[in-house]
Design a protein around this ligand. Structure first.
Ligand code: ZN
Length: 268
C-alpha cells in the first residue's frame, strides 16, 4: 500500500482520499473563500462558504510559507474547488486542496471593487450560520460576483447584495404591507422605513426618525427584491436603499460591519 502510494506520487497522481477512515471523510465542493487568519507559524485558518454544506472553517497547513500550494487562492470571494477532510465531532476541517475556479484578484485591483469584495465576504461570514445549508447565499454570491465581472456598478451590486443577505437571513421586512397596521401598501404610496420594527410603514403609522423613501428609491427597492440584478447603471434612489440596508443591519447586529465602516471612510 505504501509502495503503491509512492508510485502514484512519482507519477503525479494523488492517491484516492480515504473515505470514512476512523470517522474521517473527504469532501469535494465548490466554495467562496471568505477570509483567513494566521494559525501558529506556518498555517492559516480559512473560512469558506460551500455550495452544499454551509459555512466551514478549515486549517490550511503550511499556507503561511512562501511556496505554499495555497498561495494566491485564498483571496476573499475567490470561488474555488475545495477538497477537505472532516472528522466526526470536530468543527474545524482540514483543507487538502484549493483550486481557484474564478479568482477574485482580477476585481481587487480597483479600490471600489476591492472594498465591495471584502464587504461581501464579511457579510457572509456574519450572516450565514455555520454548517447550515446555505445554497441561496451561495447563489447570491455567484450572482453578485458575475455582475461585478461583467462590469456592473460596484455600488449597485453592493446595494442589491446587502438587501438580499438580510432577506435570506429572514431579517428584511415585506415592502408590500404596513408593519404598523398590516394593511396592504399601494404601489404608488409614500413608504417609511423603521428599523426598530423592522418594517415599512404607511404615513398613518410612521414615527419620527423613520426614513422616508423617495418614489424612485421605493420602486428600485421593490425591483431589487423581486428580480435579478441589472447593474449596468446605478438605479435611482440607490443611496436611500443603501441606507435602508445599513439601518436594518445595524439594528440587528448592534453595530456596523467593519468593512462597511472602511467603505464609508474611503468612498464617502
Ligand atoms: Zn399602517
Amino acid at each position: 500500500m505504501v509502495l503503491q502510494a509512492s508510485i502514484l506520487q512519482v507519477c503525479g497522481i494523488r492517491p484516492p482520499a480515504p473515505h470514512h477512515n476512523r470517522g474521517v471523510r473527504s469532501r469535494s465542493t465548490d466554495a467562496f473563500i471568505l477570509g483567513t487568519h494566521a494559525l501558529k507559524e506556518k498555517d492559516r485558518i480559512v473560512s469558506f462558504l460551500t455550495r452544499d454544506a454551509g459555512k466551514k472553517r478549515g486549517v490550511a497547513h503550511g499556507a503561511r510559507s512562501p511556496r505554499s500550494r495555497f498561495t494566491g487562492v485564498l483571496e476573499p470571494m475567490t470561488e474555488a474547488r475545495v477538497v477537505y477532510f472532516e472528522k466526526e465531532g470536530r468543527d474545524l476541517v482540514s483543507l487538502d486542496e484549493v483550486e481557484a475556479v474564478r479568482p477574485s484578484f482580477a476585481l481587487s485591483g480597483e479600490l471600489g471593487r476591492a472594498l465591495v469584495l471584502s464587504s461581501f465576504a464579511e457579510s457572509l461570514e456574519v450572516f450565514v450560520s455555520d454548517s447550515d445549508p446555505a445554497e441561496p447565499f451561495y447563489r447570491l454570491a455567484r450572482h453578485a460576483m458575475d455582475s461585478l465581472v461583467a462590469g456592473g456598478s460596484p455600488a449597485a451590486v453592493a446595494g442589491y447584495f446587502d438587501l438580499w443577505v438580510l432577506k435570506l437571513s429572514g431579517l428584511f421586512p415585506s415592502a408590500s404591507e404596513c408593519a404598523g397596521c398590516g394593511r396592504a401598501l399601494g404601489r404608488d404610496e409614500v413608504l417609511f422605513f423603521d428599523e426598530t420594527r423592522p418594517g415599512f410603514l404607511g404615513s398613518e403609522c410612521k414615527r419620527s426618525g423613520a426614513l422616508r423613501l423617495s418614489p424612485e428609491a421605493r420602486d428600485s427597492l421593490r425591483r431589487f427584491l423581486t428580480g435579478p440584478l441589472d447593474a449596468k447603471n446605478d438605479p435611482p434612489g440607490l443611496t436611500e436603499i443603501a441606507e435602508v440596508a445599513r439601518r436594518a443591519r445595524r439594528h440587528f447586529l448592534g453595530h456596523e460591519l467593519k468593512s462597511q465602516r472602511v467603505i464609508g471612510k474611503v468612498l464617502g
